[in-house]
Design a protein around this ligand. Sequence first.
Ligand SMILES: [Zn+2]
Ligand SMILES: [Zn+2]
Length: 267
Amino acid sequence: MRPFVFDSHTHSQYSPDADTDLREMCEYAIAHGIDGFCVTDHCDCNHDRPEQEARMAACRQEVQQLREEYRGRLLLCYGMELAQQNFDPAIVARIYGSFEGDFMIGSMHRADNQPDFSVIDFSTIEFEPLLEKYYHELLETAQINKLDILAHITYPLRYAGAERLAGMDLHKYDDITDEIFRTLIQNGKGIEINVSGLRQPYGKPFPTGEYLKRFHDLGGEIVTIGSDAHFPQHVGANFADGVAILKAAGFDHYCYFVERKPRYVDI
Ligand SMILES: [Zn+2]
Ligand SMILES: [Zn+2]
């Protein structure tokens, strides 16, 4: 029997960086054997913009409406990707404190007050010192503990470029990665395998199987699978690859969240 297919990380038109109609995402999912997905639009804590909270409220309302409409055919959940939590505790407290949804992702797209890794020109800014800062701020995010899972660990590597990556010793970040994992595990929280890298030139998930195995060996149990779709046709993308990598890392299940509680799916 094939496992229940649930994509825990997707973006819709309520994200500033996506233009994806929610209903189109639902129709695509049903047509492609996807059993459910969670809409986890961006909410950034490094700036205080009232319109982003209005966007999240509108997203929640549409998800609730479509969840009822598609009940029995698709499990549609409402979540949020609350990023850069270490920038402003007051914003985190307000947004997290009033969050009523299924799933809360914590993530980090920038470090050291620099722009998002995706827009930095690394011919003018040094990559590795910023990567080091990223790991420290990721640990802070784990310690802040306003999340169900910490998303796409090693995200900056997507923007390093193949040549720079080949010359880097990523194992020097193993100790701090362990500290991040231990913090999450102690708090009963998880990580995700973000499979977006598999469909991009980077070619690997965030994080790789090696680090998923390390999370497992340290006692981690909660791992969600996320496509990080910003287009309908990426909902559920590379899901089977994610399952295979988790199995190889020692897991006999993956998780998704409903009403902030993990559900375990045998794989
Ligand atoms: Zn993200
Ligand atoms: Zn995302």
